[in-house]
Design a protein around this ligand. Structure first.
Ligand code: URA
Length: 200
């Protein structure tokens, strides 16, 4: 079966089966969005007000900034896949709770396994800490992590969350600088997927 159809089926299944308590307060679930054949999967935190209204991730202010950074590296939203660790909006945009992250974790895992991306980009500390609980975003942002996962060597790039960097001049510059490394990272992975290489 085509991966796009499989992905749609996965979202339909999880929208029905996910047992997250946030379902009670959110307007709707916000599944991941983009290409099932993407080389990169971006993982954010949770839907905000606009995403909750429209049912698509990153369509608000943070999404606009993300689109700007994608354009800077000559990528389109349709080329990538973007999702969140939590698929329902937490009330008042509070941080997702560990049990809410746990409720959506299997869904996220299945999305990633199906897409099988070359690179996973964490947007912010919440998604990074789900996979690497001991790391600090202020220390590891922009640095490639290579770990055995899902039966292969998986490449991860932690970045600051676009919403955190939106109105903070120095964080914004750092995020843009880190984001600009993505094409080079993809090129190096394509050359030799099993080599650990230094970033400039
Ligand atoms: N912030 C996120 O982390 N995810 C969204 O979908 C929107 C804003």
């Amino acid at each position: 079966m085509d991966k796009s159809i499989e992905l749609k089926k996965l979202h339909t299944k999880w929208l029905a089966e996910c047992v997250c308590k946030l379902k009670k307060t959110a307007t709707r679930g916000v599944p991941g969005d983009g290409s099932a054949h993407a080389e990169i999967v971006f993982i954010g935190e949770a839907p905000g007000a606009k995403e909750d209204k429209e049912g698509r991730p990153f369509v608000g202010a943070a999404g606009k900034f993300l689109a700007e950074m994608l354009a800077d590296v000559k990528m389109k939203r349709e080329d990538i896949y973007i999702t969140n660790i939590v698929k329902y909006r937490p009330p008042d945009n509070r941080d997702p709770l560990p049990k809410e992250i746990a409720a959506c974790a299997k869904w996220l895992e299945e999305e990633i396994k199906l897409i099988n991306p070359k690179l996973i980009v964490f947007l912010g500390r919440h998604s990074m800490n789900h996979f690497f609980p001991k790391e600090k975003i202020s220390t590891v942002h922009g640095k490639l992590i290579i770990e055995p996962k899902w039966g292969k060597r998986q490449h991860f790039l932690p970045l600051y969350h676009p919403a955190a960097a939106l109105y903070n001049g120095s964080l914004r510059a750092t995020l843009k600088e880190d984001f600009a490394k993505i094409p080079l990272i993809l090129k190096e992975i394509a050359k030799n997927p099993s080599t650990i290489f230094p970033l400039p």
